[in-house]
Design a protein around this ligand. Structure first.
Ligand SMILES: Nc1ncnc2c1ncn2[C@@H]1O[C@H](COP(=O)(O)OP(=O)(O)OP(=O)(O)O)[C@@H](O)[C@H]1O
Length: 290
């Protein structure tokens, strides 16, 4: 018996002559925060839409919470929460009214006041949704995604347009949902966000998974050589790639007889490995999306 919430094998989706998803495999475990990265047009949103049953696939096998999303029941739909890009709540209702309104669609909803509190909108509970800032509106979208008490929450680029403080607050919201046992799948273009939140990541490029793993070890990152940087007494910047940075630093410390000027030891960042994975052809610019 597997404890996977999502199993995808050979997923394919074609729009006209565009292979949007071209053989994606994914296994996502219960309770995991799973990040999907990839350049514009890579097939991330299409994949997430298929997982939610919003879009039909052209090929492959997909199981989400034990069912095929293409043929899922209403009861199954209540177990999957979703936060789309550019969601819009009814403009004239207040935050509290909107959340209570959406709660009625679910057989076993969470407490609306508790959900408003969870997303940090208690102070805005009586504000009309049209009076909310972009970040506050996004929090309301998340509230609507979780009001049904989903086992699986799908978030497509949830923090686009957030200021840095709002993004941090959103991260703690995601962490508290994960701590409650919700499985979370999110797409993002923010590598820092992927690194902060995801237990595992998949990088999708041109409709395929090109790498998968924990952020710290993705694409051999954990085994990558370190680079030791320092400055010579005349100010010349120097660096050396090495498998044994401690030994290099010790040798430098002996040579400098104490503090090593401008000493830094670096390893490839997630952005370094990501850019290498997606390859130069993906860096020519964002393609037209729809
Ligand atoms: N409804 C549609 N009709 C036709 N083509 C589409 C449609 N939706 C997506 N596509 C195309 O499918 C490909 C994958 O799009 P998708 O939205 O899944 O990418 P994405 O990885 O989510 O991109 P982004 O990071 O820009 O949101 C793109 O080439 C896009 O132009």
């Amino acid at each position: 018996m597997t404890d996977d919430v999502v199993n995808v094998r050979g997923l394919r989706k074609r729009y006209g002559d565009v292979d949007a998803v071209n053989g994606v495999d994914l296994d996502i475990r219960r309770g995991e925060v799973f990040g999907i990265l990839g350049p514009n047009g890579a097939g991330k949103s299409t994949t997430v839409e298929i997982l939610q049953g919003h879009r039909r696939r052209d090929g492959g096998d997909v199981t989400v919470l034990g069912q095929d999303p293409g043929r899922a029941s209403r009861a199954w739909q209540a177990r999957v929460g979703i936060v789309w890009q550019d969601e819009s709540a009814p403009a004239e209702l207040t935050v509290a009214e909107t959340v209570r309104h959406f709660a009625r669609y679910y057989p076993a909803p969470r407490d609306p006041d508790e959900v408003v509190e969870l997303v940090g909108l208690t102070a805005k509970a009586d504000a009309r949704t049209k009076e909310l800032s972009g970040g506050q509106r996004r929090r309301l979208d998340v509230a609507l995604g979780v009001i049904g008490g989903p086992e699986l929450l799908l978030l497509d680029e949830p923090t686009t347009g957030f200021d840095p403080a709002a993004r941090r607050q959103f991260w703690s919201l995601i962490r508290s949902l994960a701590a409650e046992g919700t499985t979370i799948i999110l797409t993002t273009h923010y590598l820092e966000e992927a690194e902060a939140l995801a237990d595992r990541l998949a990088v999708i490029a041109a409709g395929r998974v090109v790498a998968e793993g924990a952020p710290a070890s993705l694409a051999g990152r954990a085994q990558a050589r370190a680079t030791v940087h320092w400055a010579e007494p005349d100010g010349t910047a120097r660096s050396e790639e090495t498998d044994t940075p401690t030994r290099t630093v010790a040798a430098l410390a002996a040579r400098f007889d104490g503090e090593i000027p401008e000493l830094r030891v670096t390893r490839p960042t997630l952005e370094d490995v990501y850019l290498r994975l997606i390859g130069p052809t993906q860096l020519t610019g964002p393609e037209d999306k729809r």
